[in-house]
Design a binder for this molecule. Structure first.
Ligand code: SF4
Length: 345
């Protein structure tokens, strides 16, 4: 049994402008010790799906489908149970550490509070655990730092403190939503190294990111979302070296690389659709260079692209309903970080 099982998840937001289907029929699993990257443009549904797992959607959000964590239904759990799991067996790291830390309490007090809430440690034992966690995430002189306030921490240190807080309940799953966004590149690299050190054989990580480089470096498997739906799912190397969906290929082509000989980046044309009135058929068809008439009528399932069934893509090319062939080319990154000239298929 997988640690996390998401089945046919639908997330709707009821807004003044109409009902927005932010996530539409999303299914995926995450095993213990696995690192899953969830990628896509803004509005793809990455964060809405993560918040649904955490039970943190705002009042306008409603979900359908099933989310199971270690066999327990989170969709059926009440608020108390969700609160116990969140911050306990599921740790979270969000994008903006300054917003996530309370400015009127010391960093140590906030981590100790998480320890008290999610473990049986209390008093001095919780404070000692807070200092140990700061030490574990690489904060120098952790005992002194524990007594400082968030404004005394740099952005990178504040993000490390959030990771320490996420570890307070000894989680089995860490959900990190854009944890490196807004950090400068050297701090980003340090944070990824820290997550890499922490991701043990037991700790599963769901990394939500728009940054393909971060996902390529850290994850084992990747799920690509477009307009609330999964459009591709594959082991990380397969996805980056042999993308099977035109949207993934377009995303990869739009990434600048060291040694890039292209005069200009090839950006994906168009924008993500309005999810209160998504296009019929394949939601990517208004932007897809391979779209045919059938693409405007049929919503393709996430189908196997080869005999193993491990690499899946939601495109009619893999259901036998497309008359033409996908012949896109993607520059892949060689071991020196340069583009190697491309891989056509
Ligand atoms: Fe493009 Fe059609 Fe495939 Fe959608 S189903 S990705 S529109 S070719």
């Amino acid at each position: 049994m997988a640690l996390l099982e998401v089945e046919d998840l639908v997330v709707r937001f009821y807004t003044e402008g109409g009902v927005v289907r932010a996530v539409d029929g999303l299914s995926y699993t995450l095993d213990r010790g696995e690192r899953l990257g969830v990628v896509g443009e803004s509005g793809a549904g990455k964060t809405a799906a993560a918040l649904a797992v955490l039970g943190l959607l705002d009042e306008s959000g409603r979900i359908e489908g099933e989310i199971r964590f270690d066999g327990e239904s989170l969709t059926a759990a009440d608020d108390d149970r969700l609160q116990a799991i969140r911050g306990g067996r599921i740790g979270t790291v969000f994008q903006d550490p300054e917003a996530a830390l309370n400015p009127v309490y010391t960093v140590g007090e906030q981590i100790a509070e998480a320890v008290r809430t999610h473990t049986d440690r209390d008093g001095a034992a919780a404070n000692d655990r807070a200092v140990a966690l700061l030490d574990r995430v690489g904060i120098p002189d952790p005992a002194t730092r524990a007594d400082q306030y968030p404004h005394e921490f740099s952005g990178g240190m504040a993000q490390r403190a959030l990771v320490a807080m996420a570890l307070a309940g000894d989680p089995d799953l860490l959900i990190a939503d854009e944890p490196t966004t807004g950090l400068d590149v050297t701090v980003q690299a340090q944070l990824l190294e820290l997550l890499d050190d922490l991701a043990t054989a037991d700790l599963a990580v769901q990394l939500v990111s728009h940054d393909l480089g971060v996902v390529a470096e850290f994850c084992d498997r990747v799920l690509v979302l477009y307009a609330g739906q999964a459009v591709e799912r594959a082991p990380v190397d397969d996805l980056f070296y042999e993308p099977k969906h035109p949207y993934t290929a377009g995303l990869l082509r739009s990434v600048p690389r060291i040694g890039d000989s292209r005069d200009r980046l090839s950006a994906l044309s168009g924008t993500t659709p309005d999810l209160s009135a998504p296009p019929p058929g394949c939601r990517f068809h208004p932007r897809c260079p391979y779209a045919e008439d059938a693409c405007t009528k049929h919503d393709p399932p996430l189908a196997a692209t080869d005999d193993s069934g491990v690499h899946r893509a939601a495109c009619l090319a893999y259901t036998g309903d497309l008359s033409g062939e996908l012949t896109f080319s993607v520059d892949v990154v060689d071991d020196d970080g340069g583009a190697d000239g491309g891989d056509s298929r």
